[in-house]
Design a protein around this ligand. Sequence first.
Ligand code: PLP
Length: 373
Amino acid sequence: MKLFDVYPLYNVCPVRAKDVYVYDEAGTEYLDLYGGHAVISVGHSHPHYINRLKDQLHKIAFYSNAVENPLQQKLADEIGEQSCLHEYQLFLCSSGAEANENALKLASFHTGKKRVVAFKNAFHGRTSAAVAATDNLNINAPLNQQQQVTFIPFNNEEMLKNELKKGDVCAVIFEPIQGVGGLDQPEDDFVIKMEQLCHQYETALIADEVQSGFSRSGTFFAFQKNNIKPHIITMAKGMGNGFPIGGILVHPDVRPKYGMLGTTFGGNHMACTASLAVLEILKKNKLQKHAREMEAYFRSKAEKIKGAKIKGRGLMLGLEFDFEVGPLRKRLIYEKQIFTGGSSNKNVLRILPPLTVQKVHFDQLFDAVKDIL
Ligand SMILES: Cc1ncc(COP(=O)(O)O)c(C=O)c1O
């Protein structure tokens, strides 16, 4: 049987990994500054993560959401403690798209409305409502185009107000730091205004923290820089360090009802254990503070690269050049053994390393970039 061919592949096959490195069959070492697309938060194959998953596997790996699973409450408590969002409610699922799908659906249940406002260059996933709120027609099938979504640019208060005034918008969904779009961020004043307008016009504000959450931005969630309280926060990627888990945090104003949301796999024993292990390592190794320190170091090095603009925050960073970075990324992999990311802005080289990255790894990157350029 052939694989359904939807991914253009690099000719590299990692077979094992450790911290910020992955290794192919021949033992070639690659520096992973891509983190498997911002998924690897606490480093590949962290010993505590492995032990926690192994222990859990010997106890119970899965049972359905029809019975009690105290690991879900433990996870809710720990996310509450580390994010300081104790009053929110946790619903667990298995991916970023599913988190956004549930968030949009919940916003519609809560408000009784059905149009969505999203932003230019947004990426929210590939399922029905999530992909419709993604600003890329190429990945929207005719089926998805039935959803009612209006795209507006960041930082245009007037346009946002005009849309919300119409009274039919269930949700405004935004990425505090755009990932796939190329690391643009809304201005602080706009974020605060967005929260206020959503309250005024009874619209749910959804912060998509699928990529920026779980300390990658240098705060637990990237929106916390602005001290707002979204109705719904979505998360996935770094939450499980590679184990598939996603979730939404729901403001207490949004009330649950039996059957409103549901999933077979979401919140299973292994997924909760993976995420608890991630949170334990984040806390013990103070990785949020480390992310801020590494960002400062990255910036000090990047400033010396002529013609490169620094984008992003924490360890969700980018270098924007005045040329397309595709060939540079290829040479970084094949000549320098360094993984980096691209974006829909073809001039942006994205850096999404495990949060355990050290100065020496950035030195390696900048030496390599200088050499190639
Ligand atoms: C901001 C954001 N939201 C949602 C998603 C979709 O997540 P998943 O691929 O886990 O469905 C992504 C994936 O890149 C993302 O970056």
